[in-house]
Ligand binder design. Structure first.
Ligand code: SIN
Ligand code: MN
Length: 280
């Protein structure tokens, strides 16, 4: 599936583009089958909710061939390269779990400030793709966005009473937990909401949401009986590689291999199905 100019124009105007059915159910099953063994490893890549459930798993492209090769698929890279108007590489990947009854929220924030401040990413020439691993409705914690808000640049941060102090070597957790360090000031949010409203990204498993690093976004707890899992790939322009940031975060949060990705057509799913059949 090729994303046409109309889709790219929509993205630039609104800061996001939702594409239904970019992946088949079989392909989504292949992605989900990898998860139990990845969760089983106790690792700093794994972030837990305060209730102990897995919240996120980072850097899947470093530990799983299925996820690594997925990042280079032409159906993702074609629109990404059009959006960025350049070659692209992977800055970060993660799975957000948002488990049935247990998954916690993501407060209103922009992604780019974290990458700019922590990692030294110069400009918001960065796009994330959220692949839906489950059906997502208004009931199981979809992503909310304020259309057009990416045009603001970096918005002022909300003053917070308490950012949990993390242990020194786990400083980066305040960018990953339910109590986020940099959130958008509520007055700014209200003004943009009055102007442009709010949308929620819903759709069947296999849909994909392309969203801008500066678009205001958030999501609610999942009180429904259905999991809401998403795989997110963040692509940065090869003309926007990282300088020195405040911190040097681990590679699973901030990849510093800037080699451009070459688009790969088709064979990813068949290859891994074949491997699975040989092993079983
Ligand atoms: C994010 O802000 O990176 C994702 C939020 C979500 O999974 O709902
Ligand atoms: Mn985010």
């Amino acid at each position: 599936m090729k994303i046409e100019k109309q889709g790219i124009d929509f993205y630039h105007q609104h800061g996001y583009l939702l594409v239904d059915g970019l992946f088949s159910y079989e392909e989504i099953d292949l992605m989900k089958e990898q998860l139990p063994s990845l969760y089983a490893q106790d690792s700093p890549r794994l972030v837990r909710e305060t209730n102990g459930e897995v919240r996120s798993l980072y850097g899947l492209h470093e530990v799983s061939d299925v996820y690594k090769e997925l990042c280079s698929l032409e159906r993702l890279l074609q629109p990404v390269k059009k959006i960025l108007d350049s070659d692209a590489y992977v800055h970060q990947t993660k799975i957000n779990i948002k488990k049935a009854f247990k998954g916690d929220w993501w407060e209103w924030h922009q992604d780019f400030p974290y990458w700019h401040i922590y990692d030294g990413m110069p400009a918001p020439r960065v796009v994330s793709v959220m692949i839906f691993l489950d059906d997502i409705s208004d009931l199981n914690g979809p992503l909310y966005m304020i259309p057009g808000s990416h045009q603001i640049g970096i918005a002022d941060f909300q003053q917070k009473d308490s950012i949990e102090k993390q242990e020194e070597e786990k400083y980066y957790l305040s960018a990953l937990s339910a109590n986020l360090e940099y959130t958008v000031e509520q007055k700014i949010l209200s003004n943009w909401y009055k102007k442009n409203g709010m949308v929620s990204a819903t759709g069947k498993a296999g849909s994909a949401l392309f969203f801008h690093g500066n678009v205001f976004h958030a999501s609610n707890c999942n009180l429904s009986p259905n999991d809401r899992r998403v795989f997110i790939i963040t692509y940065n322009s090869t003309e926007n590689t990282l300088k020195k940031g405040e911190k040097v975060r681990p590679s699973f949060l901030s990849n510093r291999d800037f080699t451009p990705l070459n688009p790969v057509k088709g064979s990813w799913f068949q290859k891994h199905q074949l491997e699975k059949n040989i092993i079983s």
